[in-house]
Design a protein around this ligand. Sequence first.
Ligand SMILES: Nc1ncnc2c1ncn2[C@@H]1O[C@H](COP(=O)(O)OP(=O)(O)OP(=O)(O)O)[C@@H](O)[C@H]1O
Ligand SMILES: [Mg+2]
Length: 377
Amino acid sequence: MEPLAQGVAELITEATDTDVCFVHVLDADRGTLTLTGATPPYDTVAGQVTLAVGEGVTGWVAANGQPAVLVDDKRADARYRYIPELQGERYTSMASVPMTSRPGALVGVLNVHTVERRVFGEADVRLLSSIGSLVAGAIVSARLHRTVAEREQARERFAERIVALQEGDRRRLAAEIHDGISQRIVGLAFYLSAAADAVATDAAFAAQQIATARMLADEALDETRVAIAGLRPPVLDDLGLGASIASLGRSVPGLDVDVEVDLEPSALAEHVETAIYRIAQEALQNVTKHAEAEHVSVTLRNTGADTAELRVRDDGCGFALEEGPGAGRVSYGLPGMRERADLIGGSLRVDSRPGAGTTIVVRVPLAQAAAGSSSRE
Ligand SMILES: Nc1ncnc2c1ncn2[C@@H]1O[C@H](COP(=O)(O)OP(=O)(O)OP(=O)(O)O)[C@@H](O)[C@H]1O
Ligand SMILES: [Mg+2]
């Protein structure tokens, strides 16, 4: 935006045969006008001079949508305000016009000043106004371009995160197949070969080998189930989120886990349930791995009309948030939890201090609320 405003400021002084030109751009939300471009030497203060709409001649032009011409003795005009950075004392006459991209759509204000006294006439003001609307159009497209570019970047970041999450799932699956399932199958083949070799000569030994092979087949099957459940927890479909989280709590070995769920079934979209389940799962895994806790409480409930909150609190050793997972290690747990929360439009907070236990809080919009807000957009 600044190079654009800068460039046009110089063109305008030439086109209107004036000495300096100031391009003030409106921030409609704040109700302010910021000097965005100016002819030298004032280009150096671009971005540093901001007026409220209504303030000074520029603010008056913005507020009234009308041009203003001050031929001499600016200070006598009630609208005039002295801005030290712009050295008004050097210039005698000025013309100020609103820049509109279309009627009623104010984008900013364009000012030209002359050292010599000059009576800006109707034709001057008309010329300035048409230049102003050209500049306004350019500013509007520059803004649009920026918005589109920002959206594009946000989409790319989103896609990257999804891919990273999928990658994580794949790595985990690969590890489970490699370390668990294929080991069992290797063993299975080994025992079956031994049984085949022995079947004619030592039936009892062969039977023993087959029994072991049978056990390994059962284990491989169990591990396959676990690996698949890791991808998409079937328990969610079978039991719903509340009962699934309760069952997660029961599956933690050697810990007193207290689960409390108070949430309408179907209050959350399916992918949101999966994310919350995964976050609870990792939080409990962290408690088992790191916390040395005695007691954990997990709550899932409504907070307010349109948000749900998952809270996992342990009374374990806690940790210093700034310290991370330890030297030379990259961890996936907490960053992954945060990403999942982000992806479903929620937020994640970790409260922990050495010696004071750890609390993880996830807040997400409820399904109806989320649907409502997106349809309003
Ligand atoms: N409930 C907890 N109690 C105590 N320390 C915790 C707890 N949760 C996390 N931490 C600390 O924060 C670090 C980061 O956790 P994170 O889940 O990101 O990684 P990790 O569990 O070490 O590894 P990963 O989850 O990738 O297998 C842990 O290494 C641990 O030091
Ligand atoms: Mg972890």
